[in-house]
Design a protein around this ligand. Sequence first.
Ligand SMILES: [Zn+2]
Length: 145
Amino acid sequence: MGARRNDARRCATGGQAPRRDTVLPGGAGAVRRASLAFVFGRRTPPPSLHRCCVCHDDSVVPVWWEEVDEQQWRMLLRCGRCETYRSVVVANDQAKAYDRDLQRGMDQIAASLERSDRERMAAALQVFVAALERDLIDAGDFAPR
Ligand SMILES: [Zn+2]
Protein backbone atom coordinates (compact mmCIF):
# COMPACT_ATOMS: atom_id res chain seq x y z
CA MET A 1 0.00 0.00 0.00
CA GLY A 2 1.47 3.35 -1.02
CA ALA A 3 1.60 6.55 0.99
CA ARG A 4 -1.58 8.56 1.02
CA ARG A 5 -1.56 11.91 -0.72
CA ASN A 6 -2.10 13.94 2.46
CA ASP A 7 0.35 11.88 4.46
CA ALA A 8 3.28 14.27 3.97
CA ARG A 9 6.42 13.10 5.70
CA ARG A 10 9.38 15.15 6.67
CA CYS A 11 13.01 14.23 6.73
CA ALA A 12 14.17 13.96 10.35
CA THR A 13 17.30 16.05 9.79
CA GLY A 14 15.48 18.75 7.93
CA GLY A 15 18.35 18.61 5.49
CA GLN A 16 20.65 20.74 7.60
CA ALA A 17 23.88 19.66 9.21
CA PRO A 18 24.11 20.16 12.98
CA ARG A 19 25.88 23.32 14.03
CA ARG A 20 29.37 22.87 15.40
CA ASP A 21 29.11 25.76 17.83
CA THR A 22 26.11 24.42 19.72
CA VAL A 23 26.63 24.98 23.45
CA LEU A 24 25.62 21.95 25.45
CA PRO A 25 24.36 21.97 29.03
CA GLY A 26 27.15 20.88 31.39
CA GLY A 27 29.83 23.40 30.41
CA ALA A 28 33.22 22.94 28.77
CA GLY A 29 33.45 19.18 29.53
CA ALA A 30 30.25 18.60 27.65
CA VAL A 31 31.55 20.69 24.77
CA ARG A 32 34.81 18.67 24.76
CA ARG A 33 32.86 15.39 24.74
CA ALA A 34 30.67 16.76 21.98
CA SER A 35 33.81 17.75 20.00
CA LEU A 36 35.29 14.26 20.42
CA ALA A 37 32.01 12.76 19.34
CA PHE A 38 32.05 15.09 16.38
CA VAL A 39 35.59 14.03 15.41
CA PHE A 40 35.33 10.33 16.11
CA GLY A 41 31.61 9.76 15.94
CA ARG A 42 29.90 7.92 13.18
CA ARG A 43 28.96 10.38 10.54
CA THR A 44 26.52 10.21 7.76
CA PRO A 45 27.14 12.72 5.04
CA PRO A 46 24.35 15.21 4.50
CA PRO A 47 22.13 13.97 1.71
CA SER A 48 22.64 15.60 -1.64
CA LEU A 49 19.70 17.73 -2.65
CA HIS A 50 18.42 15.45 -5.40
CA ARG A 51 18.56 12.31 -3.22
CA CYS A 52 15.83 11.45 -0.70
CA CYS A 53 16.99 10.94 2.86
CA VAL A 54 14.21 8.36 3.46
CA CYS A 55 13.99 6.16 0.36
CA HIS A 56 17.33 7.28 -1.20
CA ASP A 57 15.71 7.71 -4.60
CA ASP A 58 17.13 10.48 -6.78
CA SER A 59 13.81 12.08 -7.65
CA VAL A 60 13.75 14.97 -5.17
CA VAL A 61 12.58 18.24 -6.67
CA PRO A 62 12.11 21.75 -5.28
CA VAL A 63 8.48 22.75 -4.74
CA TRP A 64 9.12 26.15 -3.18
CA TRP A 65 12.12 28.41 -2.65
CA GLU A 66 13.04 31.89 -1.49
CA GLU A 67 16.21 33.89 -1.19
CA VAL A 68 17.36 34.07 2.46
CA ASP A 69 20.04 36.64 1.74
CA GLU A 70 22.60 37.30 -0.99
CA GLN A 71 24.43 34.08 -0.11
CA GLN A 72 21.69 31.53 0.62
CA TRP A 73 18.42 30.02 -0.54
CA ARG A 74 15.74 28.30 1.50
CA MET A 75 14.03 25.46 -0.37
CA LEU A 76 11.24 23.02 0.32
CA LEU A 77 12.12 19.77 -1.43
CA ARG A 78 9.80 16.87 -2.18
CA CYS A 79 10.64 13.30 -3.08
CA GLY A 80 8.66 12.16 -6.09
CA ARG A 81 8.79 8.54 -4.99
CA CYS A 82 7.82 8.55 -1.29
CA GLU A 83 6.46 12.13 -0.99
CA THR A 84 8.81 13.06 1.85
CA TYR A 85 9.37 16.78 2.28
CA ARG A 86 12.45 18.45 3.69
CA SER A 87 13.38 22.06 4.20
CA VAL A 88 16.95 23.11 3.48
CA VAL A 89 19.02 26.26 3.44
CA VAL A 90 21.82 26.09 0.88
CA ALA A 91 24.54 28.36 -0.42
CA ASN A 92 24.28 29.95 -3.87
CA ASP A 93 26.81 27.58 -5.44
CA GLN A 94 24.96 24.51 -4.13
CA ALA A 95 21.66 25.94 -5.42
CA LYS A 96 23.22 26.56 -8.84
CA ALA A 97 24.64 23.04 -8.97
CA TYR A 98 21.25 21.63 -8.00
CA ASP A 99 19.59 23.72 -10.72
CA ARG A 100 22.05 22.35 -13.29
CA ASP A 101 21.39 18.78 -12.09
CA LEU A 102 17.63 19.35 -12.33
CA GLN A 103 17.97 20.73 -15.86
CA ARG A 104 20.14 17.79 -16.87
CA GLY A 105 17.52 15.39 -15.45
CA MET A 106 14.69 17.19 -17.27
CA ASP A 107 16.68 17.03 -20.52
CA GLN A 108 17.15 13.28 -20.04
CA ILE A 109 13.43 12.81 -19.37
CA ALA A 110 12.53 14.87 -22.46
CA ALA A 111 14.95 12.86 -24.62
CA SER A 112 13.59 9.58 -23.24
CA LEU A 113 10.01 10.71 -23.86
CA GLU A 114 10.83 11.71 -27.45
CA ARG A 115 12.58 8.37 -28.06
CA SER A 116 9.64 6.47 -26.55
CA ASP A 117 7.16 8.46 -28.64
CA ARG A 118 9.10 7.74 -31.85
CA GLU A 119 9.22 4.01 -31.03
CA ARG A 120 5.48 3.97 -30.34
CA MET A 121 4.73 5.79 -33.62
CA ALA A 122 7.05 3.49 -35.59
CA ALA A 123 5.28 0.43 -34.14
CA ALA A 124 1.86 1.90 -34.97
CA LEU A 125 3.04 2.66 -38.51
CA GLN A 126 4.21 -0.93 -39.00
CA VAL A 127 0.84 -2.24 -37.87
CA PHE A 128 -0.95 0.23 -40.16
CA VAL A 129 1.18 -0.75 -43.21
CA ALA A 130 0.69 -4.47 -42.48
CA ALA A 131 -3.08 -3.95 -42.23
CA LEU A 132 -3.08 -2.08 -45.58
CA GLU A 133 -0.96 -4.79 -47.28
CA ARG A 134 -3.36 -7.52 -46.10
CA ASP A 135 -6.43 -5.51 -47.12
CA LEU A 136 -7.66 -5.55 -43.58
CA ILE A 137 -8.45 -1.84 -43.81
CA ASP A 138 -9.21 0.58 -46.62
CA ALA A 139 -10.38 4.19 -47.09
CA GLY A 140 -13.90 3.20 -46.03
CA ASP A 141 -12.64 2.53 -42.53
CA PHE A 142 -11.79 6.22 -42.21
CA ALA A 143 -15.00 7.65 -43.72
CA PRO A 144 -17.35 9.60 -41.41
CA ARG A 145 -20.21 7.47 -40.14
ZN1 LIG B 1 11.86 9.35 -0.97
